[in-house]
Design a protein around this ligand. Sequence first.
Ligand SMILES: Cc1ncc(COP(=O)(O)OP(=O)(O)O)c(N)n1
Ligand SMILES: Cc1ncsc1CCOP(=O)(O)O
Ligand SMILES: [Mg+2]
Length: 529
Amino acid sequence: MPNFPFTEQFLTAGALRTLHLAQHLVCQLKVEILTTEQLLAALILDESRATEILSQYQITIESLPAPYQPYATEEAAADLSAKVSSESPETIEPVEQSESLTSALLVAQQRAAFLGRHAEIGTEHLLWGLLHHPGSVKEILDRHGLKPETLEPELDTQSGFETEPLEVDVQLHVADTTPSARTSTFRILDAAANRAREGMRVIEDYVRFTLDDTFLSREFKELRHRFTAACSQFDQHELLASRNTTGDVGTTISTPSELQRESGEAVLAANFKRLQESLRTLEEWSKVVARESAPQFEQIRYQVYQQEKVLMNLLHARDVLQGTSLYLLLTESLCHHGSGPAVRDALEAGLKIVQIREKEMPTQELIEHAKRVREWTHAAGALLIINDRPDIALAVDADGVHLGQDDFPVEEARKMLGARKLIGLSTHNIDQARQAVRSGADYIGVGPTFSTTTKQFTEFAGLDYIKEVAAEITLPWFPIGGINAQNLNQVLEAGATRAAISGAICGAEKPHEVTQKLLEMFAKNSSPS
Ligand SMILES: Cc1ncc(COP(=O)(O)OP(=O)(O)O)c(N)n1
Ligand SMILES: Cc1ncsc1CCOP(=O)(O)O
Ligand SMILES: [Mg+2]
């Protein structure tokens, strides 16, 4: 028996023949799964109600891609039809079918039911199903002017042939609209919605109360509102009426892993999983009773995958960057006694993160230089970041790279560097900072704060921008630009707990002394998380 998504349902003779023909095409074309494309080809090739409609719109085999062209001649089409007619359905090997075909068949079934011909699915309904599934087949139909509104009148009239429904015993994936199946579907939806809501709350509470992250709390809250809006499309009465908690065989089941979580991260990971699974359940089962909601749950699920990445990344970055209050940007030309002595001095004074920022140095020289600094930073237990160049960061096994708004995109750098390397991103306003968090950057540069001779700027983000970031971002962030021991307190008072500094350390007579002084100022303020 074929593997179509109807069980003990009725297909008209024409619809059943068309589906068999489509299945035949899968073998003939040597493709792996049955898709909406073969269904359209079969509707064109067979002689049915839909074939008539398709020919009115000049939709022929020529409208299909190259592999179907051998069936463009009358003889080839007749040959195929003859083969299908001569075979008994039992001898046709079942084939796997695409999700889009399942969904198109489901729409066909719903349309037939809508007409009061419950379970009597004709070829015109199959065509209706194809018109409702976005993709290449719908595009072909659209191109020829066949749209739901043009097919609609055809569906309301009975056809001359295909009046005899044929009972077929085929598998059901989703659709069943009997009252008890409907109640079960709502029961599933109710349980999944509750589970998703709970998972969302667990995550949101962590972001809000443990992290104190205003920006991410807002993002999660917005997600929850989107979710509530999608759920509100269910009939609330049916949803509640279907609930049967005392009769739920699953309420007392708990696995050892549910009883124990090793850390906050483990709690988050488990709740992201339960949220994603519940959203998938909602997506699948809403197709049966509230089709418009399914794509919304799908979108929300993708957003949750993204939020999971952002949040887990943030936790990792906060962990790796713990204790890095002072960030030195090391540039040879700014150093009085060479960059080697400057960085060794600063490391000895307690510096924990260094960026090599060399704009002019030839690549090979830069690699040799970076390898030396790598050894010194390793010995001091400090992180090494390379400015602008992910390739050099990889070559010298640095801890990461720093990128500007116009440099390598974060997503591309992440592909090159993998999950464990740090990616810093410069930002100059609050929208860029928010976007940087969403992009999966591990820390952000915030500036320029004050005027500086190290780099030319025409505009300054100033202390106000520091205040804005301090109010909402907990991804590690470093103010930068003209910061020194004389103005650091202003930066700290604006809410910063870190800073990136170049000239004030590189250009100092005694880098050790300056570094020590700056580190003491941070320590007095409070240590960065
Ligand atoms: C920590 C930190 N923040 C900002 C910058 C500036 O990076 P970018 O905007 O790419 O400018 P250049 O440094 O490449 O001139 C930085 N390097 N480090
Ligand atoms: C590279 C860069 N980007 C923003 S400000 C700046 C220069 C930082 O150097 P300094 O601390 O000497 O002002
Ligand atoms: Mg740059």
